[in-house]
Design a protein around this ligand. Structure first.
Ligand SMILES: [Zn+2]
Ligand SMILES: [Zn+2]
Length: 187
């Protein structure tokens, strides 16, 4: 028992340990980033040495994996901007073209920054949900200002009426702008 290898229980006299991915393959190779044992079967040659598939990013581009904390931060900030723009939109519906752009670019851009410019389906769905929330808020504020009780908005029978009179959702094109921005940004 001399120099203790990193995996004493399974290490052999030659310093070989079982591959992380193939327990029956003994190896001396280590990932150059996380140092876990890898074997030639899955080791990925990179400019900075051999890497495990996780660190080499072959299991999907690294930019498509976003940590939960970044996602939560992005969601919080994006939602704050979306709600703010939604409220403004409720008060100034005539500015809806500019507010649609502000909602899209504003909330999506703070999300992108919070997520360190990562992209992916999770962020995409989240961003679309958040701009939709902003749109809903704009309708809620608008209906409040026009003194239409929200309980009536929820009644399906009344829905069509409000859709026409109050535009419960904004004109489709303006609703589409921020959604498309969100979709495109995190594509
Ligand atoms: Zn690794
Ligand atoms: Zn292996």
């Amino acid at each position: 028992m001399t120099a203790p290898p990193p995996y004493p229980s399974t290490a052999t006299a030659t310093g070989e340990v079982p591959c992380t991915y193939h327990k029956d393959v003994m190896t001396r190779l280590r990932c150059s980033r996380c140092a876990k044992p890898i074997c030639p079967k899955e080791a990925v040659r990179t400019p900075v040495g051999l890497r495990c598939p996780d660190c080499a990013g072959v299991r999907g581009l690294p930019t498509y994996r976003t940590p939960a904390t970044s996602i939560a931060r992005a969601a919080g900030l994006g939602l704050a901007v979306a709600l703010l723009v939604g409220v403004v939109w409720g008060f100034f519906p005539a500015w809806q073209f500019y507010l649609a752009l502000a909602l899209g670019f504003g909330s999506v851009e703070v999300m992108a920054r919070a997520a360190k410019f990562k992209r992916g389906r999770d962020l995409q769905v989240l961003a679309i949900g958040i701009v939709l929330a902003g749109l809903v808020v704009s309708r809620v504020v608008l209906s409040q200002r026009l003194a239409i009780p929200l309980s009536e908005v929820n009644q399906l029978g009344e829905y069509a009426t409000y859709f026409l009179q109050l535009r419960l959702i904004p004109d489709l094109i303006y609703a589409l702008i921020p959604v498309l921005i969100a979709w495109y940004r995190f594509r």
